[in-house]
Each structure stands twice: as structure tokens, then as C-alpha cells.
Design a protein around this ligand. Structure first.
Ligand code: FRU
Length: 454
């Protein structure tokens, strides 16, 4: 009852960023930043879950724990890559010497069964000997690794001393011996890039950024996740960039990473945000992932769809009406809700509605508005703008008159998809008997709600 049903969480303890998303020996593997001993951030481990279908996950033993060469105080974020029969993890070793002296270096571990991992005796494989001296070793993290021809490449977030944040490119023939290639991307808006992920197959660069100022009403979260259409020019070591934007318009979204080891383009992100209270913590867990999402770039636009949940569709209910003018109610708290509207006027979609709480979704001023101001347990962040304080997020729409919306609800989250865009947020309503209420007017309204049998 007090856990998410089908979104990856730590079961107990704290999780943040997805790490090492990879398809290996017939299964999808998801690792994640994990502190198993309490529902707050602590010395970082890599938790591990596997799945056949990206929906049902089986939790495996912790893959990495801190305390080795180069990672004495934490195994921070990174990625995975399959090399022959072997699965390699590349991650940041976190070392805290006290008094603000921090050293972040890159380490490698590998496995031949996808369950038990051995850290390389050569760790750290990238440290201050390889980092050019005008970059700061205290902010140097989150290697995003991929293969191009016979070479491996790693994109690593760094800070140029006295300047802004950068993404640095390194290369290796064997995942162990690395050399610096270039300072490849510097378009930072905030304090520090984190978790860069270049999906060469899709032509997308994902990156997250601490303390990035909001761009208008879009993404007023204190830390932002963005994408750019991107190709890498291997001769210059610089990205050739197209347009970009925010990856997700909701409250709770950070550090998206795409899967390697498969031609499918699928990403998962942390469905949470730094600097917020997390109302599930008293129940022993904090943080969950988004649903895995398929994506591609159309021109400069990121198009996102959730992976299909159809095989778990259970009882269906809904309605289809011309000239809808009224109100109706459906039950459910773990479901997919599909809505098609034409010319909707004052349409209110209320989800997770219970005796005292409701979460409102409406179409207003050409945007989809998500309002969690009366959703349940209060969630406060560090944001001070009006929209955040009022519990509101908006997602701009291209064609609000003809809209198809898909809402995927787990026990404590709602992910809203429309026009290839996504808006993801947590909602902590601990009351029982939750339902859906739809009211207002529309020239046409079609609603389908599928309970999920998971
Ligand atoms: C991003 C991040 C990473 C770091 C990890 C630590 O959310 O701050 O930069 O590796 O979390 O848990």
C-alpha cells in the first residue's frame, strides 16, 4: 500500500539517478544511486534491478558499494556498456577528505554474469593525472560511456576553474586506459552539469544541470534536465548541435539516461527532485524512477512515449460522447487513463481524488496544467516562483483543440503524456478509496481507463 507498484524504487532506503541502463544477456538492467540504510541520501551504492519487459522489475543484490580504490566515500553516477561477453560499469568514485576537500575520479567495475561485479585494480582509471589542470577535480563526475568503431568514449561533467561547467570527452581502447580528447560542450546555464548521456543512435545529448534558472514558465524546477539534437564531430571532439529543450515539464524529473546494448531508444529518469521533502520517507523509502520511455528526435523536437503497458491492462471502463457537458466518475489508483478531446471547454480531469484531496489536470491558455496544490502531503522545494509555490506545472500544447492525453498513475506518481511531450510528478495522497472525476464541456470526449494487473 505504501510503496510504488511498478516504478523502480529502492524498496527500502534512498535512490536517485538511474545508472548503467543496459540490455545484457537477454535482460534489461537498471542500476541506480542507492543508500540502502535510510530514506535519505548517504554514501552512495549502486542498487540493481532486472526486467524482461521494462515494467516488472526484480531487485538484485547491491552491485557496487563504496570503500575501494578511488571510491572510499561513494560510488556516484555512471553508465554501463557491454564489451564482448562482459558488462562494464563506469562510475565516479567520491572521496571526501573533510574541510571541503573533495576528489571525484572515474572508476570501472565489470561482471560476466550481470550480478556480481569486480572493481578494476587499476581504479581510478581517470583522475587528476588525465584531467587537464585548469579543471577542478572536486566537481568531475558522471561518465556517460559509448562505443564508436573500435574506440570507447566517455563524456564527463566537469568545472573549468573560475568558469562555468563543461562536458569533457575522453577516449580509450580498452575501458581501462583513458586519454583526454576535448572540452566538448560548454553551454551551461547553471552551476554544474550532471549526468551527461549521449545517445549516438538517436542523435540526442541529455544533460542535467544544478541551479539552472527557469526559462519562462517552462521547467521552473531548481535543477533542470535538457536535451539537444546532437552529433559528435570526432575530428574536432566538439558536438554539432541542433535545437533542444526541456526533457519533461513536471515537478519530479532529473538525470535521464538512455539504455545501451540495444538499438531501441529508451530512457529512464529519476522521478524526484533534489531539495524537496519526500513524504514517503517515514515509510522507509525515498525516490523512484519514471516509467521507461521510448524516444526519438523529430527535427529538433524530442518525442517521448511511455513503453506499452497493454499486456497488463485489466478491467476497462470509460465513455465516448459527442457534446459532452457534465461529470462522471471512475475508480482506480493504479491505471492508464487515455483521454481524447475536441474543443474542450473548462475540462477538469481530477485524479487521485479522495475524501480530502484531489490532483487537477486542465487545459488552459494553450497549455496542459497540472495542479498538485491539494494533492495530499505537502511537498516543498527550494523554488520560490509563484507556479512552484502554488504547486503548478504547465506543458505547452501545439493543438489544444484536438488532444490525446495518456496519464499513467502508480500509487505515488502521475506521468502525463501528450503530443510527444511528458510531465511527471509525484503525488503523496495516503488516503484510501481514490477515484477519477471528469467534468466540463467538450465537442467530443472519449475516456478509457485501464486498471493495471501487476
Ligand atoms: C545527480 C548527482 C550526480 C552524482 C549523484 C550522487 O543527481 O548529483 O551528479 O553522481 O547524484 O548521488
Amino acid at each position: 500500500m505504501c510503496r510504488q507498484k511498478f516504478h523502480i524504487s529502492g524498496e527500502t532506503g534512498w535512490i536517485n539517478d538511474p545508472n548503467g541502463l543496459v540490455f545484457y544477456k537477454g535482460k534489461y538492467h537498471a542500476f541506480f544511486q542507492y543508500y540502502p540504510h535510510a530514506a535519505h541520501w548517504g554514501p552512495m551504492h549502486w542498487g540493481h534491478a532486472v526486467s524482461d519487459d521494462l515494467i516488472k522489475w526484480q531487485y538484485l543484490p547491491v552491485a557496487l558499494a563504496p570503500g575501494g580504490n578511488g571510491d572510499k566515500d561513494g560510488c556516484f553516477s555512471g553508465t554501463a556498456i557491454v564489451v564482448g561477453e562482459r558488462l562494464f560499469l563506469m562510475y565516479t568514485g567520491f572521496n571526501d577528505y573533510g574541510g571541503g576537500v573533495i576528489r571525484q575520479v572515474q572508476c570501472v567495475a565489470y561482471s560476466d554474469d550481470g550480478v556480481n561485479f569486480v572493481k578494476s585494480t587499476l581504479n581510478p582509471v581517470i583522475d587528476e593525472k588525465i584531467l587537464p589542470e585548469d579543471y577542478d577535480i572536486s566537481d568531475f563526475r558522471d561518465p556517460g560511456v559509448w562505443r564508436h568503431g573500435d574506440d570507447f568514449y566517455a563524456l564527463i561533467a566537469a568545472r573549468k576553474t573560475g568558469e562555468n561547467s563543461r562536458l569533457l570527452l575522453f577516449t580509450s581502447r580498452d575501458m581501462l586506459n583513458w586519454k583526454f580528447v576535448s572540452d566538448s560542450f560548454e553551454e551551461s546555464r547553471g552551476a554544474m552539469f550532471e549526468c551527461p548521456d549521449f545517445d549516438e543512435n538517436a542523435g540526442v545529448l541529455f544533460y542535467s544541470e544544478q541551479f539552472a534558472p527557469p526559462a519562462g514558465n517552462v521547467n521552473p524546477n531548481i535543477h533542470a534536465s535538457s536535451y539537444r539534437a546532437a552529433k559528435l564531430d570526432y575530428d574536432t571532439g566538439r558536438f554539432v548541435l541542433g535545437g533542444g529543450g526541456t526533457v519533461d515539464y513536471g515537478f519530479d524529473f532529473y538525470a535521464p539516461q538512455s539504455f545501451s546494448g540495444t538499438d531501441e531508444n529508451i530512457y529512464i529518469a529519476w522521478q524526484q527532485m533534489w531539495d524537496r521533502n519526500i513524504p514517503s520517507a517515514p515509510f522507509g523509502w525515498a525516490g523512484c524512477m519514471t516509467l521507461p520511455r521510448r524516444f526519438y528526435i523529430d527535427g529538433d523536437k524530442l518525442v517521448t512515449e511511455p513503453v506499452s503497458l497493454e499486456k497488463y491492462y485489466g478491467e476497462a471502463a470509460g465513455c465516448e460522447r459527442e457534446n459532452f457537458d457534465g461529470e462522471f466518475k471512475l475508480d482506480g489508483d493504479i491505471y492508464v487513463l487515455e483521454i481524447e478531446t475536441e474543443n474542450a471547454k473548462e475540462l477538469k480531469i481530477e485524479i487521485k481524488k479522495s475524501e480530502n484531496y484531489t490532483t487537477l489536470i486542465k487545459i488552459e491558455n494553450g497549455a496542459l496544467v497540472f495542479d498538485r496544490s491539494r494533492s495530499g502531503e505537502t511537498i516543498n522545494g527550494r523554488e520560490t516562483d509563484n507556479l512552484s509555490v502554488q504547486g503548478i506545472r504547465t506543458m505547452p500544447l501545439d493543438d489544444p483543440e484536438n488532444l490525446k492525453i495518456k496519464i499513467v498513475c502508480d500509487r505515488f506518481s502521475a506521468e502525463i503524456f501528450a503530443e510527444g511531450k511528458a510531465m511527471s510528478s509525484t503525488v503523496y495522497n495516503f488516503e484510501g478509496d481514490q477515484f477519477i472525476n471528469i467534468s466540463g464541456k467538450a465537442a467530443r470526449l472519449k475516456v478509457k481507463r485501464y486498471l493495471l494487473n501487476l
